[in-house]
Design a protein around this ligand. Structure first.
Ligand code: P6P
Length: 346
């Protein structure tokens, strides 16, 4: 089926509103191309979009309200909970549960499965999310983001359960992220392609700005926290020593590390290269969480033509056993991921 063509009419200076494709219209066009579609997916996505707008609005003025800093509590990950973390989590949970399109949710901020209150319908989808990834960047005004993935439920109608949450990334129906940065963007895929939408606060809509994002076969940037160098395996150390050394076949790669997975992956998608958070002596299974960080990002990067591995296996093939389980992550341009795995598995 031909994809709806976008049409942006130049109506004057850049600040004028683009007559472009809104995310709302993009979702409806997609729904119309699927005869069996009921509108549930579109409805769920509209709730995610609303949550993203609310979170983005609060993030953009975090410094002006008493929402910076820490709550003084720690989450299931043992991490300091930022006030904005808690706010973002609440916004997503309350927006989505009322929509009646999901039967259970999983959140980085909540230890157990989030069930849907009995006053709302139990939907056919499952939502997992990191409400505010990289929240340590909030107080220094660096980019942060929201990561989400959508599965279909696998249990009979009624309350959803852990079984609905512990599904492979290869079963994802859709995944995406919102990056709150110099501009706010929502990037998503249902598996066939990846599209990016930029938020215009003057209009209150996301407009298609990055249609059909394709990751370069090879990049020139590596992204890893080199402060952990002495905790890594010898293979990871050798890969990093190699990638930053020019030789007859390549220039030295440049290091870029923002410290928020959403921002580092967004750059990797657009510019190519590789993002790595390997296992180390402190994080023996890696630091990043499989279900609401690694899997959705792996789904997106693969849909854009990239690769995503835990160092040995395709991330999307991992069968989850715990809600907050962690995994090493090697994700980005296919050639760069293949190079890294050659060293790590030597
Ligand atoms: P480190 C943020 O805390 C996060 O979960 C990811 O967004 C990010 O990629 C990683 O951890 C950064 O970890 O140990 O380098 O600060």
């Amino acid at each position: 089926m031909p994809r709806a063509m976008t049409r942006t009419v130049s109506i004057g200076p850049v600040e004028d509103t683009p007559l472009g494709m809104t995310l709302e219209r993009h979702l409806l066009d997609r729904q119309r191309r699927m005869p069996e579609a009921t509108g549930d997916f579109t409805g769920l996505f509209q709730q995610i979009m609303l949550a993203a707008k609310i979170i983005g609005s609060r993030v953009s003025k975090a410094g002006l309200s008493d929402i910076l800093g820490r709550t003084g509590t720690t989450n299931v990950q043992g991490e300091q909970v930022q006030k904005l973390d808690e706010f973002a989590n609440t916004v997503i949970v309350q927006t989505v549960e009322a929509g009646g399109h999901v039967c259970v949710m999983g959140s980085e901020e909540v230890e157990n499965p989030i069930t849907i209150p009995s006053q709302y319908p139990q939907g056919k989808y499952v939502l997992q999310f990191d409400p505010l990834d990289g929240s340590g960047n909030i107080d220094i005004n660096a980019s942060i983001g929201t990561i989400f993935s959508i599965h279909r439920r696998v249990t009979p109608p009624g309350q959803g359960s852990m079984k609905d949450l512990l599904q492979k990334g290869s079963e994802i129906v859709a995944a995406g992220y919102v990056i709150y940065g110099s501009s706010n963007m929502l990037v998503y895929s249902t598996g066939d392609q990846v599209d990016g939408f930029t938020y215009d606060p003057g209009v209150g809509e996301f407009f298609l700005s990055h249609p059909d994002i394709r990751i370069p076969q090879r990049g020139g940037i590596y992204s890893i926290n080199e402060g952990n160098y002495h905790n890594w395996s010898e293979g990871t150390q050798k890969w990093v020593d190699w990638i930053k050394t020019p030789d007859e076949n390549k220039k030295a790669y440049r290091l870029r590390y923002i410290g928020a997975m959403v921002a580092d992956i967004h750059r990797t998608l657009l510019r190519g290269g590789i993002f790595v958070y390997p296992r180390d002596v402190k994080n023996k299974k890696g630091k990043l969480r499989l279900l609401y960080e690694a899997s959705p990002m792996a789904f997106l990067v693969e849909a854009a033509g990239g690769a995503a591995s835990d160092g040995k296996n395709r991330i999307l093939d991992i069968q989850p056993t715990e809600l907050h389980q962690r995994t090493p992550v090697f994700i980005g341009s296919p050639d760069d991921v293949a190079d890294a795995l050659r060293f790590v598995n030597a």
